[in-house]
Design a protein around this ligand. Structure first.
Ligand code: ZN
Length: 244
């Protein structure tokens, strides 16, 4: 099965549409998996939720999704993120809020575990170091797991004698998987933070056991204009041009 893996879309419908089109041109996909933060920051939360529902995506809940449907407060968010979470709550229809509320923190699709932060701390952990990776592998019941939250594209490979090995991946990079356990991150569709403003995503062929990472340009100026017009903090528009 060919799976389009998306994460941290953050209410950015232009970026999501660009990713869907690009993934189609790479040979298409049979399923969509999303590792959370569907909403928050951007101006089109409802459109992104509706698009994922139409695609029949398997989604887990991220910290921004939890805040948008009121399952957590905004005290742990920075001021711009908190403003955006409160704005998003008001922008969602009841059906969209109910949908976010229904999403699990951890999901299993095929033989892959999906979680936003980590299995140790699904809402908040940035899984980016050896200690975090070890804790993930201790809890991971499947050969492969996919996380989001850091907005960075990587593979982390378990190593029997040494620490887990992180490798930050680049556009078009393809890796063959085997029975070695790995943690994957698709990066961020809607708000990349590695200095490259292009939308990020991952394709996973579960039968061929091939994973690849991709970047795609989208109309950042249009997305940024919508963020400013919605009255959201202007920093949330400016950072999209920088990929920060
Ligand atoms: Zn996020």
């Amino acid at each position: 099965m060919r799976v389009l893996v998306v994460s941290d879309i953050h209410s950015n419908i232009e970026a999501l549409h660009a990713v869907l089109g690009h993934a189609q041109r790479q040979g298409g996909f049979d399923a969509v998996w999303c590792t959370g933060d569907i909403v928050g920051y951007g101006a089109d939360p409802g459109a992104v939720i509706d698009a994922l529902r139409l695609l029949g995506a398997t989604c887990v809940c991220g910290n921004h999704d939890l805040a948008a449907c009121g399952r957590i407060g905004v005290n742990d968010f920075n001021p711009a993120a908190a403003d955006a979470a409160i704005w998003t709550r008001g922008a969602l229809s009841e059906a969209e809020r109910d949908h976010l509320e229904s999403l699990p923190l951890i999901a299993r699709a095929e033989d892959v575990t999906l979680v936003h932060g980590s299995l140790r701390e699904p809402e908040w952990e940035y899984l980016l170091d050896h200690e975090g990776a070890r804790a993930q592998f201790e809890r991971q019941q499947t050969p492969w797991s996919i996380v989001g939250h850091s907005h960075l594209q990587f593979i982390c490979i378990e190593h029997p004698e040494g620490p887990p090995r992180f490798h930050m991946t680049s556009d078009g990079e393809e890796i063959m998987l085997d029975d070695t356990r790995v943690i994957l991150n698709a990066g961020s569709v809607g708000q990349p933070r590695d200095g490259d403003p292009r939308a990020g995503y991952m394709l996973l062929d579960t039968g061929m056991r091939i994973v690849s990472w991709h970047r795609v340009r989208y109309d950042v100026a249009r997305t940024a204009a919508k963020i400013r017009a919605a009255g959201l903090p202007h920093i949330l528009a400016a950072r999209l041009f920088e990929g920060q």
